[in-house]
Design a protein around this ligand. Structure first.
Ligand code: GLV
Length: 309
């Protein structure tokens, strides 16, 4: 089969080399090969430009080289070709580690000690809450969100979840749906948003959402920047000096140099690193799905195209 690889990762050369090794009996092409794109059967992509997709007229399957698929669904030339996204246990473990680090940083007030260290100041000890005293609201309970929620619960945090549609499998913690979002927001000490970018999630974290949270809440966004109305958060932070945010994703990435988030002492900015795609395990995952497709000649998309995830 003819395979096209396109990525915008800093380690894309290493990625490509591993793809070539794993798919050794197939031809792998990239934008550097001068070929007619209609010979391509399968594409492995991260942030593929629309002008390339438009020419992949015989494409049978698209693999997203990440967990998200918004970078494909947003392309005007995308037409219902099955999409397989990476569901990698390593990726969700990394996501969990990131979330835990941000929770502990807030819970143990570690930032205060760091700031005091900068001034060589020995702070008095501060009272900190135990895990069982904190309610973590996980917004979005898909492959990654449900894992993060379960792991947090195993560490004695009180976990609640929110999702758009009812789950087939039963969760071991309270889950709120649709109109019960207010109860979910009011009960949470920390919100972890792991929402995908869809028309329904756009700007979901806005002034009305933020006003329902506790005044000293921590908001962690590791889903997509489009879920958060950044201007609303900036206004909210001005009014609520004990409100904190840890943001890994932004409307525009890289975050603009002049963006107010950089210098806000209550905001932690990380550059979309909460869960980088793991080269070996993701290629193994893709290869298994690819082999299934090659043998059966068909594959079910694991993305609900009309829902957007
Ligand atoms: C990263 O944001 C991903 O979707 O994998």
């Amino acid at each position: 089969m003819n395979i096209y690889f396109y990525a915008t990762f800093s380690n894309q050369d290493e990625f490509l080399a591993s793809v070539k090794k794993k798919f050794k009996s197939h031809k792998i092409f990239t934008k550097n090969d001068n070929i007619k794109l209609d010979i391509i059967d399968v594409a492995l992509v991260w942030k593929l430009p629309n002008k390339i997709l438009k020419k992949l007229t015989n494409l049978k399957i698209i693999f997203s080289l990440g967990a998200g698929v918004d970078h494909i669904l947003n392309l005007p030339s995308y037409q219902k070709i099955p999409i397989i996204r990476i569901k990698d246990p390593n990726m969700r473990s990394r996501m969990f580690n990131h979330v835990l680090s941000q929770i502990l940083n807030y819970q143990l007030k570690l930032n205060d000690y760091r700031l005091a260290q900068n001034k060589q100041k020995w702070l008095d000890e501060k009272y900190t809450l135990l895990n069982k005293d904190l309610t973590i609201g996980v917004l979005g309970l898909g492959y990654i969100g449900s894992f993060v929620a379960k792991k947090l619960q195993s560490l004695d945090y009180k976990v609640i979840g929110y999702k758009n549609s009812r789950n087939k499998s039963k969760m071991l913690f309270p889950v709120y749906y649709k109109n019960s979002i207010s109860t979910f927001l009011r009960s949470s000490d920390i919100i972890v948003s792991i929402l995908p970018a869809t028309p329904n999630t756009k700007n979901i974290i806005n002034t009305s959402f933020l006003n329902q949270l506790k005044k000293n809440c921590l908001l962690i966004n590791i889903g997509r920047g489009s879920s958060l109305n950044e201007d609303d958060l900036i206004k909210h932070l001005k009014k609520n000096k004990n409100f904190f945010a840890s943001l890994d994703v932004f409307i525009k990435e890289p975050l603009l140099k002049k963006h107010q988030f950089w210098k806000n002492p209550n905001v932690t900015v990380t550059p979309h690193i909460a869960a980088v795609t793991d080269v070996d395990s993701s290629i193994d995952y893709i290869f298994t799905k690819f082999e299934y497709f090659r043998k059966k000649r068909k594959i079910k998309s694991d993305v609900f195209i009309n829902r957007g995830y």
